[in-house]
Write a protein that binds this ligand. Structure first.
Ligand SMILES: [Mg+2]
Length: 346
């Protein structure tokens, strides 16, 4: 942050019109936007004739923290990037391409103007750097409140394809992941630890970045849809929990390959040793990487970037399982104790 006096202004010292004047120039445009911010509503092209739509809210100290045990303070950039990335990821997980984003931002009046500008920058940079070329922020709302709340809604285009649902997996399919798994979970554990930023090496800082600014593979959703993915969702709450959602929706059982899980966990081992944790637990239970979990029929070729991590079985197979395992997701036939993140769990 610079020492410029203007940068120490708080949002409570500016009018809404002045705040918007700080935001608009930081937003990129895109080919989908027929009418951008500034009117009562925006107009976005919907060439497919259908609109995919998703929304997500982040509440300070509930969904994100500004201050961490290890001394790190989340920047506006972090919060903006993440809000954009996780919403873009939901559109991706339907096999669609994002075309427009609206943002509702509630801020305490003492929020520094610089923090808000950073947040706008994070939103904008996530859209550009993650490759959401057809998407732009087309509008939103500013409000004052006791805590920071960022609500983002994204619309998307199916480009003529059928949406890929959670409910389409069938016995005999392969389960595959594209993108990171467990890295954000490891980064979160580092932020929660007593290990200060200055004590971390480059690999550990990269894990922190995976949590701060996740990189969902936005080209993979449409690619998987084109390749005939039978079901899909993004891993936001951990592999076990999200694979479980897919298994329940599809009325199948999913069995994960422990050898592949160990392989995926290998790069996380040094951080796990530092914290006295199990790296495989991060792969199974760590959320917020927003990798793409898809199932493919036995004859479908997997698109680039996907790794097979398990298989889909019929629930009837489960009845003959000698262990009597009833969990929707197992690891080599055994129930896993790792459950992932639940917003309403104790
Ligand atoms: Mg999702």
């Amino acid at each position: 942050m610079s020492g410029n006096v203007a940068d120490r202004l708080t949002v409570g010292q500016l009018s809404e019109r002045e705040l918007l004047a700080q935001i608009f120039p930081r937003l990129a445009n895109s080919s989908s936007v027929l009418l951008g911010p500034g009117d009562d509503a925006a107009v976005v092209a919907a060439p497919d004739g259908r609109t995919v739509i998703s929304m997500d809210t982040q509440v300070q100290d509930q969904d994100f923290r500004l201050h961490w045990n290890n001394g790190y303070a989340s920047t506006g950039f972090d919060v903006g990037w993440k809000a954009a990335a996780q919403n873009l990821s939901d559109i991706n997980a339907m096999g669609a391409v994002a075309t427009g984003m609206v943002v509702s931002l509630t801020m305490p009046p003492q929020t520094e103007l610089e923090w808000m500008r950073d947040l706008t920058e994070g939103l904008s940079r996530a859209i550009t750097e993650l490759g959401a070329d057809r998407c732009a922020v087309v509008g939103g709302d500013l409000s004052s409140g006791r805590e920071l709340v960022v609500t983002v809604s994204v619309i998307g285009d199916l480009e003529g394809r059928a949406p890929v649902l959670r409910s389409g997996a069938e016995a005999g399919d392969r389960l595959a992941i594209c993108g990171a798994l467990g890295r954000a979970g490891a980064g979160w554990a580092l932020l929660e630890s007593e290990n200060s930023i200055s004590s971390l090496n480059a690999d550990q800082l990269a894990l922190l970045d995976s949590f701060r600014c996740p990189r969902p593979p936005l080209l993979a959703g449409p690619a998987a849809a084109r390749a005939g993915a039978t079901s899909m969702l993004d891993v936001s709450d951990g592999l076990i929990r999200d694979a479980g959602r897919l298994a329940l929706a599809s009325e199948v059982q999913i069995d994960l390959d422990p050898g592949v899980l160990r392989e995926l966990a290998r790069p996380l081992e040094p951080a796990a040793r530092l914290l006295g944790r199990n790296a495989v637990d991060w792969v199974l239970g760590g959320g917020e990487d927003h990798g793409l979990l898809s199932t493919f029929g036995p004859r479908s070729a997997l698109p680039p970037g996907f790794t097979v991590i398990g298989s889909v079985r019929s629930k009837a197979d489960n009845d003959t399982n000698p262990a009597g395992v009833q969990a929707p997701v197992t690891v080599a036939g055994q129930r896993s104790d790792v459950v992932g993140w639940d917003h309403f769990a104790d």
